[in-house]
Design a binder for this molecule. Sequence first.
Ligand SMILES: O=P(O)(O)OC[C@H]1O[C@H](OP(=O)(O)OP(=O)(O)O)[C@H](O)[C@@H]1O
Ligand SMILES: O=c1cc[nH]c(=O)[nH]1
Ligand SMILES: [Mg+2]
Length: 213
Amino acid sequence: MASPSSEHVTLIKHPVIDRDLTILRDVNTKTEGFRAATRRIGVILAYHALKELPLKTFPVSTPLRETTGYDINQDVIVVPILRAGLGLSDALLQFIPDAKVGHLGMYRDEQTQQPVEYYSNIPDGVEDALVLVVDPMLATGGSAHDALCYLKEEGAQHLRFVSLISAPEGLQKLAGEHPDIPVITAAIDEKLNDDAYIVPGLGDAGDRYFGTT
Ligand SMILES: O=P(O)(O)OC[C@H]1O[C@H](OP(=O)(O)OP(=O)(O)O)[C@H](O)[C@@H]1O
Ligand SMILES: O=c1cc[nH]c(=O)[nH]1
Ligand SMILES: [Mg+2]
């Protein structure tokens, strides 16, 4: 099996991430705190995920003289994997307020641990846009793999996958199946347990973010 290479996976290190991941992992953290910590880490991940956006220049006048202005020269499409991915999409929209948002609805069947797709709505323009697929948990990698295959079939050519916590198993799957797609993550945890939950992880991200059980 392919192993995640350093150019394929970017592990973002930051003291705020360490503090906020602890809040997310803590079983006693309530919904409000969980959402706030997700948003804060999301902003740091978004900053990194958008780092290589191309720029175009144009003249801009300050009160003193004309100088070079910059604008982003590529459309951005954010694709949260429902439900839990919704918690990360707003962070990206703070930086790119006019980004289009596509949705892919998937849940993991508890018995088979395989993703089941129940919804998709992808905007036009995926071929040329930077397409950022966001989901807090990369566990077996099955959901991410299906989402990336779907978007490639739709014509997406500039894909990134953004997660809060990744399991080595999920990273290996993406490295093997999608070596062309950079992964940006805030943590690489130890392993999956027998139910394919990330250990130590944070539990079920969707349930904790939305207050369901
Ligand atoms: O890498 P995998 O093994 O596929 O697991 C990861 C998936 O599991 C979680 O979603 P879940 O099925 O719990 O759906 P939800 O977001 O609606 O809670 C998570 O948000 C990922 O989408
Ligand atoms: O640990 C895990 C694995 C899959 N989905 C989650 O929400 N958490
Ligand atoms: Mg869930």
